[in-house]
Each structure stands twice: as structure tokens, then as C-alpha cells.
Design a protein around this ligand. Structure first.
Ligand SMILES: [Zn+2]
Ligand SMILES: [Zn+2]
Length: 438
């Protein structure tokens, strides 16, 4: 739009200066409900997210989609997550959405939830709030591996298969995704790579080109250890390792999301009432979609037009040629730092699978008394990732910063830190395959 045309922009829409900015839709792409092991009715989960200011919520129940109605009681709920007490709290807070109830032959009260279309009809409001359908896939690998993928914008459920190892499970989940979503506009995301204890091999993210999204932060399924084992990699290092390896072979970039992986909704009632809570509303994505529809959310995510956050909000992320610029609109703490991470073209990307140790030994090293029982006796390797992958190229204090790629940079991405909150932009990527060919 030329300057002349800008004069005709209605002040209602904020004028040219605001138009330049993107409209960000805030969403949670990972939430469980009573359909699997979450503690809320689907409509309840949606209303709670809506009422703390989210624009969209995606349901991602374990190997299930919301394609059915069900009458749940404390006895018949498969995972024993339903409680009358919680149901009454919901009904009292949202009387207009009170689920139907009936008395079962054994005298217990059953509460109904409906299929996705019913939830969508009850809560969707054009441009204001949207529920999306998704599914969290998992196979039966061994109870000692927790390997999960979220399929975003699907109405089809994965069927669990017995798989011999980690790689086989990811290959199986992806082929299931390809088969099930052939007629859908869906995305495949690797969930919680650190859960329970470094279960997702870094090579899944660096070497499997079809993996385009992963959770850099999953509020529920973080490792149970507050600090990292000596020499172990963190989420930023994992991402940079994957980005550098992908850039060097001309593969597509990997994008990062943040999710709540919501199960327990009790505290969200506090958030709705304006009180601070430590659960829910923790990690999210903000998507610069053209409009609030599933297909535009997916399209923007495919373009990398979104960021992950645990509280920092961005007014704008722009890439112009080789320049990546960030403008922060909401910082949690007093000061705000913008760090640009990248990897140099001549980086050494040596990878070592690490030494195999008992998880209990890692736990002892970290002062954790009782590792999760299922993992007792389990051995795990924590790969050593190269120090050259992911270095800070520039650090700026303040709410605005930009970085221009230098000839020896493979990519650049920004991480914004303010108090305890962070945000991550997607990488600015250049096609480096040719330049790097020997
Ligand atoms: Zn999971
Ligand atoms: Zn989950």
C-alpha cells in the first residue's frame, strides 16, 4: 500500500502504523479431555481457554478423536478421570453449557459429552474463538518410552501398533499420519522430546525431513529434573543441532511450538476469575493466520508464521531478505533480552550417542530420590550434541532488535527472555545447499 492510500485507512482499524503489524492468534495445540485422560468435558476445556484470552484450542486426546458421544460416570470412565465434583463446578460456572445428565440403572449419575461438531457449534465464534480437532498418536514401544506425536487438524484416530524401538515407532506414526490424513490438511508434530527422560532421539528431529514441528516447550511433560544432567543438552541446543544439520543438507527447517499439554483444569477456574495460577496458560503459540480458521492456522504454521512462548508476546516478527527483526509487545519482567541464535557454516556437528547409564544414576546425580517407577532399571543414553551447534550471534537489551545473516551463517532465530518468560521465533532460513556443496 502506498503512502497516499494509507490516508484513507479508517482510524477504526488503527491506521497504517498498526496495519503493518500482524494479527496474532493465541492458541494451545495440545489438550486432553474426558475423551482420554483429561479432567474436563471438551466444551469445558474450550470455554476455559476462551475465557483466559485464547483464540483457539485444539483437542489432542490419546489415539482418539471426538467422533462420538458418551455418558460418563465415575465408574465407567475408562481412565477413571471423571469426577462428579468437577462436573458440578463446571455446571455452576457455565450454567448455559451444563451437560445433560441421566441416572444409570445402578443409580449413578452419568454426564454426557458430545462429538466435536457439537462442541464447535457451542463455542466457535467467527474471528473470536475456534476449536480444532487433533489427535495425539502413540504406539506400544515399551512402557519405558513415551513417544508421542500430535496431528494437528485431523478427524482421524491412530491405531496403536507394537513397535520394536524408537525409530520404528516414529516411522510407523508418520506412515499412519500419511495414510489417515491423505484427504485432510493436517500437520505432524513431535511432542515433548524430553519426556520422560530424553526419550526422543535427537536424530529424529535432525534427520527425519518429514518432521517439521516439535514442542520446544511442553508445560506438562517437562523432564522431572529441575536441572540438567552434567553435559546434557537443553531444548535450544536440540533445536539448533537439528536446524544446522538440516540447513547443511538443504532439508526443510524444523519449527518450534509451545503447548500446555493440558490435563488438569481445576486451576484454570482461578485464571478465569483473574487469579494467577501455575497450571494452564503457560506455553502457547501465536499464529499470524490470515483468519481464524483451521486451514489458515495450518497454512500460517507451514509458512513458519508463528512463534512459541511462555508469556512474552511479540508485536511483530519480520524477515526481509537476510534480516530478521523482532518487536516485543509484552515482556513479563523488567528487562527484556533478545538473543539471536545461529550456527556457522563451518561448524563441527559431531554427534555422540553418549554413554549408556541407568536413569537412576542420572537421578542420583541430580538429587532426585525416587525416579518414576516405570523407569526403574531403565538405561538411557543422553547424546552429546556439539558445542558449535547454536551459538549466540547477537544479544540486545530492549524491545526491538534485528540481525542480518552473514555469509557464514546457516540460519538465525531469535529467543526473547524476560523474567521467567521466554519466546522463540522460527528460524530465518537461506537455501544453503549449493553454497555448501563440495
Ligand atoms: Zn504426550
Ligand atoms: Zn498429551
Amino acid at each position: 500500500m502506498g503512502l497516499g492510500a494509507a490516508a484513507f485507512v479508517s482510524p477504526l482499524f488503527g491506521g497504517a502504523a498498526c496495519q503493518r503489524r500482524k494479527k496474532w492468534y493465541k492458541g494451545n495445540l495440545h489438550a486432553h479431555t474426558l475423551v482420554s485422560d483429561g479432567r474436563a468435558f471438551p466444551v469445558e476445556a474450550a470455554l476455559l481457554y476462551r475465557d483466559i484470552g485464547y483464540d483457539f484450542l485444539m483437542f489432542s486426546d490419546h489415539n482418539l478423536v471426538h467422533d462420538h458421544e458418551n455418558w460418563v460416570t465415575e465408574k465407567n470412565h475408562k481412565r477413571r478421570r471423571f469426577s462428579q465434583r468437577n462436573a458440578r463446578i463446571f455446571a455452576a460456572r457455565y450454567p448455559a453449557f451444563k451437560p445433560q445428565t441421566r441416572i444409570e440403572p445402578d443409580g449413578t449419575m452419568a454426564w454426557r459429552y458430545g462429538p466435536f461438531e457439537e462442541t464447535a457449534k457451542a463455542v466457535n465464534s467467527p474471528g473470536r474463538f475456534l476449536v480444532m480437532s487433533g489427535c495425539e498418536y502413540n504406539d506400544a514401544v515399551s512402557s519405558r518410552y513415551c513417544l508421542h506425536c500430535n496431528v494437528i487438524n485431523t478427524f482421524k484416530a491412530h491405531t496403536k501398533k507394537r513397535c520394536p524401538d524408537v525409530m520404528a515407532s516414529f516411522r510407523n506414526m508418520y506412515s499412519s499420519f500419511e495414510r489417515l490424513t491423505a484427504d485432510e490438511d493436517a500437520l505432524f508434530m513431535v511432542n515433548h522430546p524430553f519426556y520422560w527422560f530424553y526419550d526422543v532421539d535427537p536424530l529424529i528431529l535432525s534427520d527425519f525431513d518429514y518432521v517439521r514441528f516439535f514442542e520446544i516447550v511442553n508445560h506438562d511433560a517437562s523432564p522431572p529434573f529441575k536441572k540438567l544432567p552434567a553435559g546434557a543438552y537443553d531444548a535450544d541446543k536440540l533445536w539448533d543441532f537439528a536446524l544446522a544439520k538440516r540447513a547443511l543438507r538443504g532439508a526443510p527447517p524444523l519449527f518450534a511450538t509451545g503447548t500446555d499439554d493440558m490435563h488438569y483444569y481445576g486451576n484454570m477456574y482461578k485464571e478465569v476469575a483473574g487469579e494467577r495460577s501455575t497450571y494452564g496458560n503457560h506455553a502457547f503459540v501465536a499464529v499470524a493466520a490470515k483468519e481464524l480458521t483451521p486451514s489458515e492456522i495450518v497454512a500460517a504454521m507451514r509458512r513458519g508464521d508463528f512463534y512459541a512462548s511462555t508469556g512474552v508476546e511479540l508485536a511483530d516478527v519480520r524477515s526481509e531478505g537476510k534480516k530478521l527483526s523482532v518487536e516485543v509487545s509484552k515482556a513479563e519482567g523488567g528487562d527484556c533480552r533478545i538473543l539471536f541464535y545461529g550456527t556457522k557454516r563451518n561448524a563441527r556437528l559431531d554427534y555422540s550417542p553418549g554413554e549408556e547409564r541407568l536413569i537412576a544414576d542420572f537421578a542420583a546425580e541430580l538429587g532426585v530420590e525416587r525416579p518414576i517407577p516405570a523407569y526403574v532399571g531403565t538405561k538411557r543414553r543422553v547424546a552429546k550434541l556439539p558445542k558449535d551447534a547454536g551459538i549466540v550471534l547477537q544479544e540486545t537489551k530492549g524491545l526491538n532488535a534485528s540481525y542480518t545473516l552473514k555469509d557464514d551463517d546457516l540460519y538465525v532465530r531469535a529467543k526473547i527472555i524476560s523474567g521467567n518468560a521466554e519466546a522463540w521465533t522460527q528460524p530465518l532460513w537461506t537455501n544453503v545447499r549449493k553454497a555448501n556443496a563440495k
